[in-house]
Design a protein around this ligand. Sequence first.
Ligand code: HGY
Ligand code: MN
Ligand code: MN
Ligand code: MN
Length: 421
Amino acid sequence: MTDSPEIIEVDRDRLWSSLEQLARIGAYDDEDAGTVGVRRLALTDEDLAGRRLVLEWFEDAGLSVRYDRMGNVYARRPGLDDRLAPVRIGSHLDTVITGGRFDGALGVLGGLEVVRALNDAGVTTQRPLEIVIFTDEEGVRFETVTLGSSVAAGRIPLEQARALTDRDGVTVGEELDRHGFTDGDPVPAPEPYAYLECHIEQGPVLAAEELQVGLVTGIFAITWKEVVFTGVAAHAGTTPYELRHNAGLAAALVTVALHEMVRSGRYGDMRATAGRVEQQPNATNVVPGSALMTIDMRCSDAGHMAAAQEALDDAIHRAAEEAKVAVSVRVTARTPPVEFDPEVRTALAKSASNLGLSSREMISGAAHDAGEMAAVGPAGMVFVPGLHDGISHNAREWSTPEACADGVAVLLRAACELAGT
Ligand code: HGY
Ligand code: MN
Ligand code: MN
Ligand code: MN
């Protein structure tokens, strides 16, 4: 029996309650933010505990679960014709160190709510649906972004992913084996008919313009670099300035160069962040002998990104010269600008307007698994407004039950349209 998507309702309170229950796993007191955050770094026990809870819900919803060798989870709801390629709805459950309860979780639990709503309405879609949990989207523990989905899409080979290490020298491969994913399905994954992701906006635009959902056009290009400056630790009081080899100075000069590059306007909508700066021996009376810094650069235009990388490399080498230190640079992530599929974008826009929701098109400055999925099939995203200027990657990340339910209602209708009801 199939009904038109009009009468299939998202259960706002059920969705909100699932978000709340999941947020208890990995909860931590964040003094700086003055609230409770969520910390489930990729492939840690907290990450797997969060998955276990969601897998229970998947099973309760009648989904059959399998996983691949990268630990990505696919929870399948049969369609009327299971020979057809599935419509996938997904995101991630891992968080950054100062995470909130919506980044990633809303996309996975939103997919689960789509299934629960279809179950309630007794509706079976033509195509099968698959809800996906991608491993390690955040790239905080193993230092590259959207790792699980990039392996599922075939951009990063599994063996290259398995060799990545965290700051304690533990490899992705050891963690995948420890959690029992080694015998999973081969990667890359078979291609979906379409991929949808609902995600908190992680920015101020929708709330500032008092809009209910964001219709995402694409994703910024992203380049991450790790830079290591090697100088000489020396006495802060007796070492004459011209004899110093100050690695900390070099890192500071690069941070200022980034600031000047962005302020120059020469690189369009470029955003640059030196998120990690660690200098050793990190002592008041010792000239820093070594410094490690990471640089995250993003912009919507590939040409601006290329020019910015050239200027950055130049700034890095000038800083090393000025501070009289050695330097090594490693690219740790590089993704092109993403354009989402016109047909998927139309399905999402039609859903939003049929629901009478106010919306606008917008680009994503944040990386998403949808960016990797866009390389292997038609993909698209819907954004949900956040509170507190849309702050994210911060324990204060917040939204409302209504906003989350609106985003998932758009997801539901677009999934029904693409999967056929
Ligand atoms: O870095 C990002 O944009 C994503 O949240 N991992
Ligand atoms: Mn995310
Ligand atoms: Mn994130
Ligand atoms: Mn994501």
